[in-house]
Design a protein around this ligand. Sequence first.
Ligand code: 5GP
Ligand code: MG
Length: 526
Amino acid sequence: MPRGDGRLSHDLNPGEKGPRDACGVFGVWAPGEEVSKLTYFGLYALQHRGQESAGIAVSNGSKILVFKDMGLVSQVFDETSLSSLQGHIAVGHTRYSTTGASVWENAQPTFRATGHGSIALGHNGNLVNAAELAAMVAELPGSRGPRHRVAATNDTDLVTALLAGQTDDDGTALTVEQAAARVLPRVRGAFSFVFMDEQTLYAARDPQGFRPLVLGRLERGWVVASETAALDIVGASFIREVEPGELIAIDESGLRSSRFADAKPRGCVFEYVYLARPDTTIAGRNVYLSRVEMGRRLAREAPAEADLVIATPESGTPAAIGYAEASGIPYGSGLVKNSYVGRTFIQPSQTIRQLGIRLKLNPLREVIRGKRLVVVDDSIVRGNTQRALVRMLREAGAAEVHVRISSPPIKWPCFFGIDFATRAELIANGLSVEQIGTSLGADSLAYISLEGMVEATTIAKPDLCRACFDGEYPVDLPDPQLLGKEVLEDSDRPGATGAGTAAVSDVDGVATLLSGPGAADALRRP
Ligand code: 5GP
Ligand code: MG
């Protein structure tokens, strides 16, 4: 909740990205299967959606156990912890966040006792009415007083508390399924929830379907997951998407579907650009094919005189392939990526920091020397990646560097689950494309058009959320102050970062020092 000391809460946590998540969720109902291992491999397939913390909750029908910790899926779990998680229902989560408020309490699945047992819940997305939900939690019976405070400071735990604490008029506790029918219509923003009580696995998706969520079938059970690629990895066959506005419940009497809201599809276009795995299909459209098509269209919209097309690995690769194909310029590898550089908890020394992205990308000098290059990447956020890359390619002997981006300039913050920079930090906010190109040191810079990107997805434009590109937010946003990411943070709670400069990891996983306010006033600032 906003603090009463008159200061905006984000001032205390500069640079801290807080509980805005682009996460991965996974759930399985499968008697007779090792559900904790299936969930582990499902999360492994979704690791790209969140590298900060990982967790699995398992129910054996009478008790739920939760195991979660900071780190990658492979760092959090081992044979011992997985074999201690015995049961037939599981829910798993990988979380994207940054250091600071990335405390254990905010790791997921979140867990609560209910009037009938307990609930464990994982969330992908970001809610925009957290303040309202916090007020609803405060109204729950027995929730007054500091002892009943919600320990976590994320929007997700509010929903868990609400699902756990509903009662009917005479004070009898509702079941989780009854509570979901009452609570879910009150939740605003982006949510793909996977949750369970002792007997039942649930999946719910917001009416806009901002984030993906799919249903799959095992020989002896059911799976829900953020992406179809996670179904493939555990050998589940794709059945269908969880519909926007739908609640699914799976238990021994089978699968039940109900609606808590009408569907108003506004799937996130950035899933097609960057977030999702290329081998995933969302709303019937494969992500890889979308990216290649974005590259083809980019080549037609923004041709370049060049000798070689190279990708910014890995996420720029499909678009670079499409660009090369449509332009007739050969495609080659100009950069080698170290695939083992994920989010590191080790702060780089000053010397390493200056080397920047070299930790991750190293140029192939023998390929680059003397060439006029087209460098394709999926997006520019702050511009750090392309600026470092252009310099690196020139040092490696490139004759010319033409940067081509397969999404339009990102000008607006995302309130639906992508932890972009604040509006002030977005390089495209306030600079023309030409000025950005100059700032990157490129010989030329061009972005694909909004129409080109949208058409490449084959999804109808009105059915996509493009807010980060065009500022058209599909749901009403509350007062910017109530959107602050530390809206639930308490200045004196343990783990809250003090004023000053906070260490965070940048989008490329290399820790950097950043200062500046959070996104709380992002829409107001120039
Ligand atoms: P920039 O360096 O311009 O700040 O960020 C652009 C780079 O970050 C691109 O190479 C793009 O692939 C990557 N990127 C874009 N969005 C995200 C995101 O939400 N998370 C992470 N980790 N990387 C991103
Ligand atoms: Mg990239």
